[in-house]
Design a binder for this molecule. Structure first.
Ligand code: IDP
Length: 149
């Protein structure tokens, strides 16, 4: 089953949106398999966003993502990488469709409330930054056969 890395960013934690955001993925039918409430170090942030190191917004991005606690999560499910990106909406909340997480809860690209891996390769890389193998909980949902055929 596919896994992705989702992170509730510091702005969403400060605004009391943890429950709202987790609720959407639970209700969709995805399965939570790991979760941590942590504050990123500068090193973790630079590793996570390494591909943007030469962008003008990089310093601000690292400052933002380390500015307060985040909820780091691993979610599992059918096509969870692509589907969770759709549920999040476009990177720039002004362009995010109404009803998506960013479309509903955010207005600024520098405060866009959630991160989600954009490919299997980045999911693998990002999950390894935040979790060790022992952090993943193996569990059976009794409703599984009502969610996936
Ligand atoms: P994604 O988060 O939707 O995958 P990316 O292009 O990978 O989007 O950018 C990573 C993060 O960097 C964004 O979620 C946003 O927080 C931040 N970011 C991207 N572009 C800008 C910008 O132009 N100004 C400020 N922050 C930006």
């Amino acid at each position: 089953m596919e896994r992705t890395y989702l992170m509730i960013k510091p702005d969403a934690v400060q605004r009391g949106l943890i429950g709202e955001i987790i609720c959407r993925f639970e209700q969709k039918g995805f399965k939570l398999v790991a979760m941590k409430f942590i504050r990123l170090t500068k090193e973790m942030a630079e590793k996570h966003y390494g591909e943007h190191a030469d962008k003008p917004f990089f310093a601000g991005l690292v400052e933002y993502i380390t500015s307060g606690p985040v909820v780091a999560m691993a979610w599992e499910g059918k096509d969870v990488i692509a589907v969770s990106r759709e549920m999040m909406g476009a990177t720039n909340p002004s362009k995010a469709a109404p009803g998506t997480i960013r479309g509903t809860f955010a207005v600024d690209i520098g405060r866009n409330v959630i991160h989600g891996s954009d490919s299997p390769a980045s999911a693998e890389k990002e999950l390894a930054i935040y979790f060790e193998e022992a952090d993943f909980v193996e569990w059976n949902r009794t409703v599984e056969s009502w969610i996936v055929e």
